[in-house]
Design a binder for this molecule. Structure first.
Ligand code: HEM
Length: 128
């Protein structure tokens, strides 16, 4: 098993990750019903995002937290859903890669996920 070295590795990672998300009924509805993602368009965006985050390539310019606040406005993204998402992400990384970048991508996913959850909790507070 090797580390995450390039965009082909990232493509394999996000492809395997989304297979897990989409075959788990407890979270798949977000991607199939709430937002109807087109997987063939979605995966390259994920690769660009993670390539910028851990390979330093650049190219991702959107506000990722806002995108998730918009999803949350349609359907509540609960702490439980984040736990499921992160669990599938970590498992996919560990099943396929080993090394510094593999550790880094998990740490980043956790910290970005934590920021998203804080923002979502703040939105919830505003409505009350
Ligand atoms: C409960 C957890 C999460 C759920 C249910 C979720 C769901 C979604 C959905 C439905 C989209 C498509 C939005 C759209 O096209 O309008 C999306 C996009 C995306 N998500 Fe998440 N997400 C979660 C957490 C995360 C986390 C923690 C990260 C990163 C660490 C992440 C990274 C991304 C990226 C890179 C995109 C593509 C955004 C773009 O189109 O520019 N997601 N997510």
């Amino acid at each position: 098993m090797h580390d995450i070295l390039n965009q082909d590795d990232l493509y394999l990672l996000v492809d395997e990750f989304y297979k897990k998300l989409l075959s788990d009924d407890s979270i798949s509805y977000i991607f199939t019903d709430v937002v109807k993602i087109k997987i063939e368009e979605h995966l390259p965006i994920l690769v660009t995002f993670w390539s910028q985050a851990i390979l330093g390539t650049g190219g991702y310019t959107k506000n990722l937290t806002q995108i998730h606040l918009d999803v949350n406005a349609k359907e509540y993204l609960s702490p439980e859903l984040f736990k499921i998402w992160l669990n599938h992400f970590f498992t996919t990384v560990d099943e396929n890669f080993k090394g510094e970048k593999a550790e880094q991508i998990k740490t980043q996913a956790l910290s970005i996920g934590t920021i998203m959850q804080i923002k979502i909790a703040q939105e919830k507070g505003k409505k009350m």
